[in-house]
Write a protein that binds this ligand. Structure first.
Ligand SMILES: Cc1ncc(COP(=O)(O)O)c(C=O)c1O
Length: 378
């Protein structure tokens, strides 16, 4: 058996090749390689897909967060950036970019605990962390599963806070009847190649249904310009590249098919792990549609690192997302922590992500399950 990768982007290419190449040829032929038809076309298609009124393509998922936060500072606080005393509540159990964006926006991250079963931010911990300095919340839909957006929106309304969703890992997921990344004031998406909708390089997008936020995002991604060569804000060069948009337009047309294939893989994993006491499968919750950006199991703290080494030694690539929570990183020493982070401390020693992509073959899934069974001798 060849090594089974966490992802395998090579396998999707033959299926998408014709469509992608056609779309790229159109983009090349248009000679509009900055903010051309491919970008506006993708923005239209993604906003329709998400059920958000508007979508703004930007250079990466990280920039999507930074621009969304800057837009919140301008729209809600009438200032260019937040100040250090402005607090934004988020989870420390996420990728660096979430809190990095908070710091770039001028505000201070406040880390709170997660739900140990869903790995997502705990709304009760958010409620306790709200102070007179809190300006907003960033829920991160981790691994593909949505946060408890009902509770989070309720807390935000009661306290006049904005909600910027970090949906970098969960494009295609749903909370009740809404697509993740279309529920808060802004939804931030990443098109990093390994994401559920991934480009051929960096890319990102902010979705919003707020007509006042839309022009701010458009200005911020283009040097703060509100008219040609006239800037109202200090902005960025953060436009989504047109060639990336062309690739993504083609891939979006195949998205539902690939999403269903991922779902089939997840169902096979769940069926097997349900019979194994030592392995907690990736949770599924009523009212949530998982996007399976990653497939993450939870095992005991004593066995995780040994299982990780065993799987990699037996040609099953696996990885820990995330071994070091953000509050433990030097970069975030000026951030705040609210309450205890007991679930984060526990979960960081127990999670393990195993291969998950639409093109996993049955014999590979069987082999992965068999290898995990062999490790636990069940
Ligand atoms: C939760 C989360 N937020 C933000 C990002 C940043 O996205 P990008 O790599 O497109 O900048 C990532 C990327 O991995 C992520 O996983």
């Amino acid at each position: 058996m060849n090594k089974i990768g966490l992802m395998d982007l090579k396998r999707e290419y033959p299926l998408l090749k014709k469509d992608i190449e056609k779309q790229i040829r159109e983009c090349v032929g248009s000679h509009r390689w900055i903010l051309g038809d491919a970008v506006t076309g993708l923005e239209k298609q993604v906003s329709l897909y998400l059920g958000a009124k508007y979508a703004v393509g930007v250079a990466s998922g990280t920039d999507a967060l930074v621009l969304a936060l800057r837009a919140m500072a301008i729209a809600r606080r009438d200032k260019s950036c937040f100040d250090k005393h402005d607090e934004i509540i988020t989870t420390p159990f996420t990728f660096i970019a979430t809190a990095e964006a908070i710091v770039h926006s001028g505000a201070t991250p406040v880390f709170v605990d997660i739900d140990p079963d869903t790995f997502n931010i705990n709304p009760l911990a958010i409620e306790k962390a709200v102070t007179k300095n809190t300006v907003g919340i960033i829920p991160v839909h981790l691994y593909g599963l949505g946060c408890d957006m009902g509770q989070i929106i309720k807390i935000s309304r009661e306290n006049n806070l904005f909600v910027v969703e970090d949906n970098a890992q969960s494009f295609g997921g749903m909370y009740q009847d809404k697509k993740l990344g279309s529920i808060g004031d802004c939804g931030c998406h990443s098109f990093f190649p390994s994401k559920t909708l991934g480009g051929w390089g960096d890319g990102g997008l902010v979705a919003t249904s707020d007509h006042k936020v839309l022009p701010l995002l458009k200005a911020l991604r283009n040097h703060g310009q509100t008219a040609a060569y006239d800037a109202s804000y200090i902005g960025y060069n953060s436009r989504l590249d047109s060639l990336q948009a062309a690739v993504l337009l083609a891939k979006l047309r195949h998205f539902d098919k690939l999403d269903n294939l991922r779902r089939t893989v997840a169902a096979k994993y769940a069926k097997a792990f349900d019979t194994m006491a030592m392995v907690q499968p990736q949770p599924v919750r009523k009212g949530y549609r998982h996007a399976y950006g990653l497939y993450t199991i939870k095992v005991s703290a004593g066995s995780r690192d040994k299982l990780l080494a065993y799987l990699n030694a037996n040609d099953v690539e696996s990885r820990v997302y995330y071994p070091v929570p953000l509050h433990e990183m030097k970069a975030f020493k000026a951030a705040k922590v609210s309450g205890e982070l007991k679930a984060v401390e526990d979960v960081k020693k127990r999670v393990l992500s195993i291969p998950m992509h639409p093109f996993l073959k049955d014999n590979e899934i069987d082999y992965i399950i068999k290898t995990i069974r062999a490790f636990f001798k069940t």
